[in-house]
Ligand binder design. Sequence first.
Ligand code: ADP
Ligand code: MG
Length: 219
Amino acid sequence: MILEANRVSQYFTQGETRIEALKDVTFQIKKKENLSIVGPSGSGKTTLLSLLAGLDRPSEGEIKINGTSLGELSEQELTMFRGQNIGIVFQQFHLMPHLTALENVSLPLEIAGVDQVKERAREFLHFVGLEQRINHFPNQLSGGENQRVAIARASVLRPQLLLADEPSGNLDTQTGSRIMDLLFQMAQDSEMTLVLVTHDLNLAKRCDKELHLVGGKVQ
Ligand code: ADP
Ligand code: MG
């Protein structure tokens, strides 16, 4: 199994009230399977993705990536594990504003200490169709172009898991659908397992497995 969630719950306390953002979520996916996480706004999709990414720790339950239980890693180990195994694409891109497209995509390679950083970054920017924009800053690029940079950045180390949280949510329909095609293509070509959060049921059907969340519970 590339990814396992075993009875995962996440609670937030807001003053007197306890919010059950996720309750007893269990699922598994094998290598080369894709998963979509679907559900209405507030159903816990982003909360679940943050836990799968190791950006947050669950209140209860266990998440395993390729046999490694995230709960057993220290903060430092978790950060390293994330860098090596997980790529994340956010709805709001989250690019570094003071870095060019090439520098944004180079960053994970530099942190990982691999060689031929610029060549690899350029190859991925070429793949996402931005070879003419490599020296542009995020504010000089359109939303769709920024998301392409973000997809290249998340994929450039060929992580086992590519997590995407409503990656077309900030884009017009046509641009968004091109971004989705690109994401599926990238995952397939680089042999990454894609976990896609979306509220688009048609898009969800393109994945091998669908996880439907309602009020933090699997339906
Ligand atoms: P979705 O991504 O499906 O729209 P979220 O995972 O963002 O849903 O949120 C699920 C529920 O958890 C919501 O009710 C939200 O208000 C609550 N929630 C999420 N993050 C926090 C937080 N940090 N503190 C308190 N409540 C939160
Ligand atoms: Mg969300």
